[in-house]
Design a protein around this ligand. Structure first.
Ligand code: AP5
Ligand code: MG
Length: 213
């Protein structure tokens, strides 16, 4: 049987990636993070990466026409399996396009989750985030034994994301309010569920799994 189709929404640093990895593992879903796909394209200097990098470094959204192509390609690649979308949709045209693509295949979104966290908590969290330069695992300085610790999964070097500098984080939060908050409203009548994103990571995962039942 085909798996669930879940969209996870929330401001930068709310824990979308952290929770999506866990939910995907638990429910046997494919995790699609558009941010990860874009960062990979930037590193490999593909056409998409070259077009996207300037927007990303400035904390702005990559234009919809590029994102629609990317998501169509990913969904086609995944086929019938269930998925959790992290970082898409982020604008109303993206949400409408996703609905259209799914309807064409007689599919629909089963759950839309919103992770809700205060802006000041986010600024602090993102100043402490470190990401594995090899396998992309996400850490926080607050839980590492030392700032020089290597990735616990693959031994790779842990680095700060270029868009995690405070000025850029504040711009990303503003962009979220202006362009992505309307997407939250768009799904309010379509079964949106809000989960508090402050508190222990395990507790939040348990709460998400509870509301998905
Ligand atoms: P993207 O990579 O999606 O960034 P984002 O949405 O800004 O979200 P983040 O990845 O920064 O945060 P997160 O919510 O995943 O939090 P995480 O789990 O890492 O996008 C990057 C850029 O790509 C965009 O700015 C844009 O340019 C472009 N882009 C991507 N998608 C696009 C689209 N659809 N359209 C246009 N442009 C697009 O957690 C953060 C930190 O907090 C970590 O250190 C983690 O360990 C820690 N943490 C997590 N949970 C907790 C907790 N409960 N308590 C304490 N610490 C916690
Ligand atoms: Mg993320």
């Amino acid at each position: 049987m085909a798996g669930k189709h879940i969209v996870i929404l929330g401001p930068p640093g709310s824990g979308k990636g952290t929770q999506a990895v866990r939910i995907a593992e638990k429910l046997d879903l494919r995790h699609i993070s558009t941010g990860d796909v874009l960062r990979d394209a930037v590193n490999r200097e593909t056409k998409l990466g070259l077009e996207a990098s300037d927007y990303m470094n400035r904390g702005l959204l990559v234009p919809d026409e590029l994102m629609l192509g990317l998501i169509a390609e990913k969904l086609a690649e995944i086929g019938d399996s269930g998925w959790i979308l992290d970082g898409y949709p982020r604008t109303l045209p993206q949400a409408e396009a996703l609905g259209g693509m799914l309807a064409e295949q007689d599919m629909r979104i089963d759950h839309v989750l919103l992770i809700d966290v205060d802006s000041e908590v986010i600024v602090k969290r993102l100043s402490e985030r470190r990401v594995c330069s090899k396998c992309k695992a996400v850490y926080s300085l607050s839980t590492l034994e030392s700032p020089d610790e290597a990735c616990r999964k693959c031994g790779g070097e842990l680095v700060k994301r270029p868009d995690d500098e405070e000025d850029t984080v504040r711009r990303r939060l503003k962009v979220y309010e202006e362009q992505t908050a309307p997407v939250v409203d768009y799904y309010r009548n379509g079964g949106l569920v809000t989960v508090k994103g402050a508190g222990g990571i395990d507790k939040i995962t348990a709460e998400i799994l509870r509301v998905l039942q």
